[in-house]
Design a protein around this ligand. Structure first.
Ligand SMILES: Cc1ncc(COP(=O)(O)O)c(C=O)c1O
Length: 355
């Protein structure tokens, strides 16, 4: 762990709130931010005293390395409010561990756990009015670290900034999505940064995803870069396949993000007597399963929507439609996850964390 001096957080409270001007029924995801933000700078080999200040733009030297070399990592997590007005996080330590795993891969200093948890809880206490109750409503939380050194030489920065910003998110039904299986492009490669939440991974997905969208598909199912046979992720989600009554998802590797939702879905499925197989699953296998009727469901899993059911996939210009089934695993598992997240069901694994 990187050393740091143990200070309290310096807090500057906003004199006003923007909340009254926000239409919570018509939120566009990721465009409205709460009243405050958390900042901690890394200078002289140390994380400095963290601050919470009013949400605002910031100035940065145009040569800051983040703009040139993409030395940036981030996280995505959510806070939920229960019917009693209590605010909850879901497995926040997993996000803490993952941002430091990502940071290490991008040669960035690790962020201290006490700063992360104290910063997160203090910020959420200050902006708790922005977390709306109701199943599916949430406050999306975006911690991130960027390289701030003003120097355009291709080497790691000496200075960094860790921040947390928060955006209210509405419960929204996305409907089922249609996906295109990647045959040419890849989101990650062996020995690369696919397992990290590195900003550049997402920029690299935009172009192939836009090509898929032009063909009428919302997302790409990413395959391994060598053979394009192994099914690895769906857009920015982990991916699950149900063949007969078995749920299958790819094993983690340096190409796949270790999703908090994926991990939780595997556990919840097992708790509910659903057989789960974590093993490589191939394009050939799901095409055959689709043809013989044993492929019942495909869904993506991630913090943003918990579970995103897939209605059809295309590969090699051949379209495969999934059946409409009753009591889908996607619906059951999504409901169980949301109930735990909103403190409406027993949390027997100790996943929730009260603010
Ligand atoms: C590439 C990728 N895979 C999977 C996930 C799902 O991870 P989580 O469940 O932790 O949100 C995400 C979203 O964060 C992602 O960006």
């Amino acid at each position: 762990m990187t050393k740091h001096t143990s200070h309290e957080i310096d807090i500057v409270k906003s004199d006003t709130t923007k909340i009254d001007a926000v239409d919570f029924e018509n939120l566009t995801f990721g465009r409205t931010f709460t009243d405050h933000m958390f900042i901690c700078d890394y200078e002289n080999d140390e994380w400095q005293t963290p601050k919470i200040i009013p949400y605002q733009p910031m100035t940065m030297d145009p040569s800051a390395r983040v703009f040139h070399y993409g030395q940036a990592v981030f996280e995505g997590m959510k806070a939920y409010k229960d019917e009693d007005g209590k605010v909850w996080l879901f497995r926040p330590e997993d996000n803490f561990n993952r941002i430091n795993k990502s940071a290490a891969r991008l040669a960035m200093p690790e962020f201290p756990k006490d700063y992360f948890m104290k910063g997160l809880t203090t910020l959420l206490q200050m902006d708790s009015a922005w977390v709306k109750p109701g199943k599916g409503n949430s406050l999306y939380i975006r911690p991130f670290i960027i390289a701030t050194d003003p120097a355009i030489s291709a080497s790691p920065s000496s200075n960094y900034r860790f921040m947390i910003i928060c955006a209210p998110a509405k419960a929204y039904y996305t409907g089922k999505i249609r996906v295109l299986i990647a045959e040419e492009y890849s989101r990650s490669a062996n020995g690369g940064v696919g397992f990290a939440k590195a900003a550049g991974n997402y920029a690299a997905q935009f172009y192939p995803t836009s090509l898929a969208q032009k063909k009428g598909f919302q997302q790409v199912i990413w395959t391994d870069a060598d053979t394009h046979e192994r099914l690895e992720e769906a857009g920015t989600m982990n991916v699950f396949f149900r063949i007969n009554d078995t749920l299958i998802t790819a094993p983690l590797s340096d190409r796949i993000l270790d999703g908090v939702t994926r991990r939780s879905i595997i556990q919840l499925a097992e708790d509910n007597g659903i057989e789960v197989q974590v093993r490589p699953i191939t394009v050939t296998e799901i095409k055959e399963a689709s043809k013989n009727g044993s492929l019942k469901e495909i869904f993506g899993a991630g913090t943003a929507v918990v579970i995103s059911p897939i209605s059809a996939f295309e590969h090699a210009e051949e379209l495969f439609e999934l059946p409409n089934i009753e009591n889908s695993y996607a619906d059951t598992l999504k409901d169980k996850m949301l109930s735990i997240q909103h403190n409406m069901a027993e949390d027997k694994h100790g996943w929730t964390y009260q603010i």
